[in-house]
Write a protein that binds this ligand. Structure first.
Ligand SMILES: C[S@@+](CC[C@H](N)C(=O)[O-])C[C@H]1O[C@@H](n2cnc3c(N)ncnc32)[C@H](O)[C@@H]1O
Length: 196
């Protein structure tokens, strides 16, 4: 059985913890290291399905916080009361809808394209999704806010990092242990958003 089909340690632990996907451990690891999520924050979660990041973040921000989540696909389970979910293409969403939910303390994007098997095409699609998330963070991120965005390593990676460096005082590249060995994804994390 392939590594993708076998329920590994992370998958089993996620299920045991009530999370629909092992991806929860990627955000948990980044948050544990960088302390991004705090009670009372407003959070945007782009590419939220099946819902693990939203569930994790909603607990961290608590009842006084608010999370707005978007995905092409439905969620695997309902989110808590402090969350709103919209099913649809984030890139086609009216900016007014996002603006009404913001401004945000944290913008998360775990958006990933359906992979085609052609790395250059998948990297280009991933860069487009990542760039959209940065566009939103640029317009709706509060001063001192944070950003976590998935990107597939490829020729556009340095341009993506440079873009974040222009917006955030601290930029890190993270590849948490829960990222599968064969995956070429990583996360660019921006902290301490510079004032516009
Ligand atoms: C790795 S999954 C996200 C997992 C999620 N963070 C979690 O913890 O459950 C990537 C998601 O990106 C979504 N996605 C890809 N392109 C999108 C788009 N244009 N708009 C909204 N969601 C998109 C996919 O539907 C998929 O559910």
């Amino acid at each position: 059985m392939s590594g993708y089909k076998r329920a590994d340690h992370f998958t089993k632990s996620a299920r045991a913890g009530g999370f629909p996907a092992r991806s929860v451990f990627k955000l948990e690891e980044i948050d544990r290291k960088m302390r991004l999520l705090r009670p009372g924050q407003r959070v945007l979660d782009l590419g939220a399905a099946p819902g693990s990041w939203s569930l994790y973040a909603s607990t961290r921000i608590g009842p006084t916080g608010a999370l707005f989540a978007v995905d092409l696909s439905p969620l695997a389970q309902a989110l808590p009361k402090n969350c709103t979910f919209i099913q649809g293409d984030a890139l086609a969403l009216s900016f007014d809808v996002l603006a009404a939910a913001g401004p945000f303390d944290v913008v998360l994007s775990d958006m990933a394209p359906a992979t085609s098997g052609t790395p250059s095409a998948d990297q280009a699609r991933s860069f487009r999704l990542f760039s959209f998330a940065v566009d939103v963070a640029e317009r709706l991120g509060k001063p001192r806010s944070s950003f976590v965005g998935k990107i597939f390593m490829g020729p556009e990676f340095e341009a993506a990092r440079a873009r974040l460096r222009a917006l955030y005082a601290k930029v890190d590249v993270e590849r948490p242990p829960a990222v599968r060995k064969q995956s070429f994804e990583c996360f660019l994390v921006g902290r301490d958003r510079r004032a516009a």
